[in-house]
Design a protein around this ligand. Structure first.
Ligand code: PXP
Length: 244
């Protein structure tokens, strides 16, 4: 397969985390997104959580109106989020599981038990012209279920790979991602990936031939403290391009 550059979706949730810590008006989420785009981001990703702990509804409206790339709205499968997506009409929606008490999205969506509720959510979004993806663990049964939900895209959860402690564990988790990516691509799905990726662990994921897009947030915003948003995104973009 001729590998194209992997696309980078910059997740700007944690710019809002810093703002919400003091309920100030800064740092400005939209400004961060625009800088990310100037530095080469191919899209902007934001997760509107049910508890509104970081991104707020007004952030999503501002992003949709002003960014030049694509808005990927991460959201739980609830009636109110579906209604919100209808109002905003982002270019893409990534459906994720959500638990109030978790620090971040801890595991993939259970598409197998999602059943008809999940299928109708996917159909509802697709009918609005939104590209739907499902955030799932690198598990072949979940991929089969995603195919049944007739979505065009999956995002493989790279958390277990990112958190692997020993080199053996990491190799094993990378192999799971490679197998899942190959399987999903062969079945006609676009394969994205994300969660826990950073400057040190991103390159083996980029080298998986079937991966089209990565969504990366926490590590970029953390690096932006030292380099600034523009340079942090640029650094990651360069790492991705070199990983081919
Ligand atoms: N992809 C999805 C579906 C996510 O839920 C998240 C976290 O919000 C990310 C990617 C980005 O993860 P991280 O902030 O660890 O880079």
């Amino acid at each position: 397969m001729n590998k194209l550059d992997v696309l980078l979706g910059v997740n700007i949730d944690h710019v809002a985390t810093l703002r919400q810590a003091r309920k100030t008006t800064y740092p400005n989420v939209l400004d961060a997104a625009l800088l990310a785009e100037q530095a080469g981001a191919d899209g902007i990703t934001a997760h509107l959580r049910e508890d509104r702990r970081h991104i707020q509804e007004h952030d999503i409206f501002a992003l949709k109106e002003h960014i030049a790339t694509r808005l990927n709205l991460e959201m739980a499968v609830t009636e109110s989020m579906l209604a919100f997506a209808d109002k905003v009409r982002p270019q893409a929606c990534c459906l994720v599981p959500e638990k109030r008490e978790e620090l971040t999205t801890e595991g993939g969506l259970d598409v197998i038990s999602g059943g008809s509720t999940l299928h109708s959510a996917c159909d509802f979004l697709a009918d609005l012209g939104i590209q739907v993806s499902l955030f799932i663990d690198p598990d072949l049964a979940q991929i089969d279920a995603a195919l049944k939900a007739r979505v065009p895209v999956i995002e493989l959860h790279t958390g277990c790979y990112a958190e692997a402690i020993t080199p053996q564990q990491r190799t094993l988790e990378l192999a799971r991602l490679q197998t899942a990516a190959r399987y999903a691509h062969a079945a006609g799905l676009q394969v994205n990936a994300g969660h826990g990726l950073n400057m040190l662990n991103v390159q083996p994921i980029c080298a998986i031939p079937e991966i089209v897009e990565l969504n990366i947030g926490h590590a970029i915003i953390a690096q932006a403290l030292f380099l600034g948003m523009f340079n942090a995104v640029k650094e990651l973009k360069q790492l991705i391009t070199r990983a081919k």
